[in-house]
Design a protein around this ligand. Structure first.
Ligand code: 13P
Ligand code: SF4
Length: 343
């Protein structure tokens, strides 16, 4: 995993007891969360059984906001590594646990700080916007961070005509389409989960369900999101699906999000491409590993002394803080408000 912050060993192996009674598991998790003054933050791609017992379920932008503002002493993060690392950057005084260290993000791992330094040499005057799906060391080499919810606003906020965007080429192309007056220099990273979705599959679904609306996440290949009626981040997809009149909805995004929407909106029929686009990294967390992590304080996301000393931590945090400065006024009201089980 491309990280300068985590030093813990990958201990997610068979040492964990995997067959405990679910109700007892949940009761023990909630009891430990209370005892440790901890909150459970969970990304909406996560397994539903973990979503159900979480304090907050949301997308990466809303979860970062909660991590920055919570008064809890400990954050247990059921998302991927960069999300827990971002929580640690925003709340360094808190203990942040990632129940299963195997849950990295392959897209975030596609760029190292050295790759970015080399990439910047090709366009030295252009500022760097990094997608939140990146390591702390890449954030430290960037000027401002963004999520898929606010990427267009963040790029628009910069006065420069040329902007470097890393690491996601799907989202980068989407931003470029929204802001044709700027030149976006895009790194060659991508999400393996969203790139599983093919134009052939979208055509097949379109033909079989001609009255359905098609909604895509911008992490898809641009040739795929070009076929959609609406393109948006996770929270924007959810909101659009809730508000649109169509009963049949084809979602070009991750399987966990689609299952969650189907559970919340039983009157609608959600359709997905084949093979179902599943982010395996998110699904490493299980109720058993959440309990095991709480019992043993694993796996703690820590800031190495040398990253504090060499300023990497400060620079990475500044990149995220700048994002909030630009986008907080517009996005401080979470789309999830009022949706049962989602904060
Ligand atoms: P959101 O920013 O929409 O939560 O997406 C995070 C992610 O990793 C999507 O693949
Ligand atoms: Fe990373 Fe893609 Fe999984 Fe999101 S869905 S966490 S971008 S691999």
């Amino acid at each position: 995993m491309n990280s300068t912050i985590t030093t813990a060993q990958n201990l997610h192996t068979a040492t964990q007891p995997l067959e405990r009674n679910t109700e007892k598991l949940i009761a023990n998790i909630r009891k430990l969360l209370e005892e440790k003054e901890a909150i459970l933050l969970t990304h909406i791609y996560q397994r539903l059984e973990i979503q159900r017992i979480s304090d907050h379920v949301a997308d990466s932008l809303a979860l970062s906001r909660v991590a920055a503002k919570t008064s809890a002493k400990m954050i247990v993060f059921c998302g991927v590594h960069f999300m827990a690392e971002t929580a640690k950057l925003l709340s360094p005084e808190k203990t942040v646990l990632l129940p299963d260290l195997a849950s990295g993000c392959p897209m975030a791992d596609m760029i190292t700080s050295k790759d970015l330094i080399d990439f910047k040499k090709q366009n030295e005057s252009a500022p760097v916007v990094c997608y939140i799906n990146s390591s702390a060391s890449v954030k430290a080499e960037s000027d401002i961070c963004c999520t898929s919810t606010n990427a267009v606003d963040i790029v628009k906020s910069l006065p420069n005509k040329k902007i470097i965007f890393v690491p996601d080429k799907g989202l980068g192309a989407w931003v470029q389409k929204q802001i044709p007056e700027k030149e976006i220099i895009i790194y060659d990273g991508f999400c393996p989960t969203h790139y599983q979705i093919t134009t052939a599959e979208v055509s097949r679904l379109r033909q079989a369900h001609p009255s359905a609306v098609i909604i895509a996440h911008p992490e898809c290949d641009p040739s795929v999101w070009e076929m959609a009626d609406f393109v948006g981040s996770t929270s924007q997809i959810y909101k659009f699906a809730e508000e649109c009149p169509q009963e049949e909805i084809i979602i070009l995004s991750e399987h966990g999000l689609i299952r969650r929407m189907q559970a919340d909106m039983p009157q609608k029929k959600f359709l997905m491409t084949f093979p179902n686009p599943l982010c395996p990294n998110m699904k490493y967390h299980r109720l058993e590993s959440v309990l095991y992590a709480l019992e043993n304080n694993l796996h703690e996301i820590t800031i190495p002394e040398y990253d504090l000393a060499n300023g990497l931590f400060e620079r990475a945090k500044r990149t995220i803080d700048k994002m909030f400065e630009v986008s907080e006024a517009k996005y401080s009201q979470s789309y999830w408000k009022g949706v049962k089980g989602i904060n």
